[in-house]
Design a protein around this ligand. Structure first.
Ligand code: SF4
Length: 558
C-alpha cells in the first residue's frame, strides 16, 4: 500500500549540523541581521544525531581561521577550547624505538592552533546558531535526495517504526517529504545523500579524481598527572603500519591529564586484513604511547572515515537546487590533516551566495554557481591547491611520500608531477593469494591480548562510543548479494569486512544449515556510522543507508 507522506516546504534545507552546516546557518542569520534588504529565509537544519555534535568526531587540532571569520569573539562567547597548542613534535616509530624529527614539517606546525573536542565544539556552535534565530531539528535523518526534472527539490526523511522485514509496526511514522528552494548537503564524509547526488548527477564528479579515505580510530584517556601537558601535540608515522600503508598517529594533550589519541589508516591498503581498530590497539603497546597511558582510564571511543585526496577530488559544488559543503565536498587539507576551518569557511561562502539568491529571488544553477566562484577565489582553494599532490606522493610508500612532500613544499604543491591519477580505494585491496605472491607472506593481523583495561576489543570500545540503534528495524547495512560474502569473498579476500569495520558489525559465524561452512552475520546496532564498509568493500556490494533518526553514536569529548 502506498504510504501517504506529509509534505513540508521550506526555503533552505541544510542536511547535517556539523561545522559546515552550522556555519552556513549562523552566517545567513547574521547577514539578515546586518542587511535591512535581506529577510532571513525559512531554514530547516536537520541533524541525524540525537543532539548537535553527537556524530562529530575529529582528532582535533583546529586552525582558528574559520571560526575567527565566522564569530570573531568566539573566545569571549565561551567556545570550548581544550588548550592552545604549546608544543609540536613528530616521531618516526619503530617497534620499540621513537626517533624525533629534528624539525616539525611546516605542514603540521600547529603554532596558533587549538586542541578541541569537535563534538563539544559543534554543540557550542549549535547553541550560537539557535541564539541567532535558526532552529535545529535533531534526530531527523535524510533517506533519499528528491529530484524533479533533474533538479534537486529536497529530501525524504527516514520512516520510523518499521520491523526487520519492512513491515509497519504500531508506532509507524512515515518519513516526510521536505521540499526546499535549495538543499545544501553538509553531511560530513561520504554521506548517503551525497552518494546519491554523485550517482544521479555525473557532472558533479566529471573530470575529478575519486576521493581517497582513511579510517580514523580514536580513544580519549584520563591519565595520571605529569604524563602530558595541555596543548602538547605529537604526530607519529611508522609503527604499527608498514611502509606500504598511508597514515599515522596522533597524541594530543587536551588538559594536563586528558589525552586524545588515535591513528588513521589508508583504505587504499593492499592488505585484506587491514584493521584500523586492531592497529590502534597495537599502537598503544609502543613504549612511547604506553608510557603516557599506563595507569590511566579510557573514557571514550569513536571512529570515522576521513577524506584525504584533497583538491583534485573536490566535486563541482552546485547543481540546480543543490550546494555541497565541508567534508561532503572533500574539503580537507591532507598535508595538515585539517578540515574544520575549511568546512566553516565553505558554509560561510554558501551562505553569502544564498543571501544573494534570495535577494534576487533567483535560485537558478547559474546564480548558485557564485558559490563555486567564491570557492575558487578563497583561501580554502588556495590552501587545498598548495597540497593538491600530497596524497599522490605516497603512492610509492612512506619514503616516497616524505620525499615528494619535501619537493612539493619547495614547488608550491606541484612536486614532480601535476595530478596523478588514482583509483577508488577498494581497488587497491589484494586477494589473499595475490598478497602472498606480491609480499611473500600471508596477510596477518597483529597478535594482541585484549584485557579491556589497556587494550580494548572492538565490542568493549563500541560500548564507549555510546552508539545505540533499535534492533527491530531494517538493517541499515544493505548487502546486495550475501552469497558473494559467503562464497567468493571468503575464498578470495577472507571477508575483509570483519577487519575493516572498527565496530564489530560484520562476523563470519557457523552456518547451521550448511555444516562446516560459515556465513556472514551482521550486528548493525554496533555501527558507529564511520562509513568505512561502504568505501572499502572490494565487491562494492555494501551500502550504508541511514537508520532511524536519533540513533548511532553519542560522542562525548571526542
Ligand atoms: Fe563503520 Fe560500516 Fe562498521 Fe558501521 S558497519 S561502523 S559504517 S564499517
Amino acid at each position: 500500500m502506498p504510504v501517504e507522506r506529509e509534505i513540508l516546504e521550506t526555503d533552505i534545507l541544510i542536511v547535517g549540523a556539523g561545522p559546515a552546516g552550522l556555519a552556513l546557518a549562523y552566517k545567513l542569520a547574521k547577514l539578515a541581521e546586518a542587511d535591512p534588504d535581506f529577510e532571513l529565509p525559512e531554514i530547516l537544519l536537520m541533524e541525524k544525531g540525537r543532539h548537535v555534535g553527537a556524530h562529530c568526531l575529529s582528532g582535533a587540532v583546529m586552525d582558528p581561521k574559520g571560526i575567527a571569520e565566522l564569530i570573531p569573539d568566539y573566545k569571549e562567547l565561551g567556545a570550548p577550547i581544550e588548550a592552545a597548542v604549546s608544543s609540536d613534535s613528530m616521531y618516526f616509530l619503530g617497534k620499540k624505538s621513537a626517533l624525533k624529527f629534528p624539525i616539525t614539517p611546516p605542514s603540521i606546525n600547529n603554532h596558533g592552533n587549538y586542541v578541541i573536542s569537535l563534538n563539544k565544539f559543534a554543540g557550542w556552535l549549535g547553541e550560537q546558531v539557535e541564539k541567532a534565530g535558526v532552529d535545529i531539528y535533531c534526530g531527523l535523518a535524510g533517506y533519499e535526495l528528491l529530484f524533479e526534472n533533474g533538479k534537486v527539490v529536497g529530501v525524504q526523511t527516514v520512516d520510523m517504526g518499521v520491523d526487520k522485514e519492512g513491515n509497519q509496526k504500531p508506532n509507524f511514522e512515515p518519513g516526510s517529504i521536505i521540499k526546499a528552494k535549495v538543499t545544501i548537503l553538509c553531511e560530513g564524509v561520504h554521506g548517503s545523500l551525497m552518494r546519491q547526488a554523485f550517482e544521479k548527477i555525473p557532472e558533479l564528479t566529471k573530470g575529478k579524481l575519486p576521493q581517497a579515505y582513511l579510517t580514523g580510530v580514536k580513544e580519549v584517556w584520563e591519565v595520571p598527572d605529569g604524563r602530558i601537558k595541555a596543548g602538547d601535540v605529537i604526530h607519529t608515522i611508522g609503527f604499527p603500519q608498514n611502509s606500504r600503508e598511508y597514515g599515522g598517529g596522533w597524541i594530543y594533550g587536551m588538559s594536563d591529564n586528558m589525552v586524545s589519541l588515535g591513528i588513521a589508516i589508508g583504505l587504499d591498503s593492499p592488505d585484506p586484513k587491514n584493521d584500523s581498530h586492531r592497529k590502534f590497539q597495537a599502537y598503544k603497546t609502543h613504549p612511547k604511547v604506553r608510557k603516557i597511558l599506563e595507569g590511566g582510564k579510557m573514557l571514550h571511543y569513536g571512529a570515522k572515515a576521513i577524506p584525504v585526496l584533497g583538491y583534485f577530488a573536490v566535486p563541482k559544488l552546485y547543481h540546480e537546487g543543490l550546494m555541497i559543503c565541508g567534508d561532503s565536498a572533500g574539503m580537507l587539507n591532507p598535508a595538515r590533516f585539517k578540515g574544520i576551518h575549511l568546512a566553516i569557511k565553505s558554509g560561510m561562502m554558501a551562505a553569502e551566495t544564498l543571501a544573494e539568491c534570495f535577494k534576487a529571488s533567483d535560485f537558478s544553477a547559474e546564480k548558485l554557481g557564485a558559490y563555486q566562484v567564491r570557492f575558487e577565489q578563497s583561501w580554502v582553494k588556495k590552501e587545498l591547491y598548495r597540497t593538491r599532490n600530497f596524497h599522490a606522493g605516497f603512492k610509492g610508500g612512506l619514503l616516497s611520500g616524505l620525499f615528494h612532500g619535501a619537493i612539493q613544499i619547495i614547488t608550491g604543491g606541484r612536486g614532480l608531477f601535476n595530478r596523478r591519477e588514482n583509483s577508488r580505494d577498494h581497488k587497491y585491496m589484494l586477494k589473499k593469494s595475490d598478497y602472498k605472491n606480491r609480499f611473500g607472506e600471508k596477510p596477518e593481523t597483529e597478535k594482541l591480548k585484549f584485557d579491556n583495561e589497556f587494550l580494548y576489543d572492538k565490542l568493549s570500545d563500541v560500548y564507549k562510543s555510546g552508539t545505540m540503534h533499535e534492533e527491530e528495524q531494517p538493517s541499515h547495512l544493505v548487502i546486495a548479494d550475501s552469497d558473494i560474502c559467503n562464497t567468493r569473498c571468503t575464498e578470495e579476500y577472507g571477508n575483509p569486512c570483519q577487519h575493516f569495520c572498527p565496530a564489530n558489525v560484520y562476523n563470519m559465524v557457523e552456518d547451521s544449515s550448511n555444516p562446516g561452512k560459515k556465513k556472514l552475520e551482521l550486528t548493525p546496532s554496533n555501527c558507529v556510522h564511520c562509513k568505512t564498509c561502504d568505501i572499502a568493500d572490494p565487491y562494492q556490494i555494501i551500502r550504508w543507508v541511514t537508520p532511524q533518526g536519533g540513533e548511532g553514536p553519542n560522542y562525548t569529548n571526542l
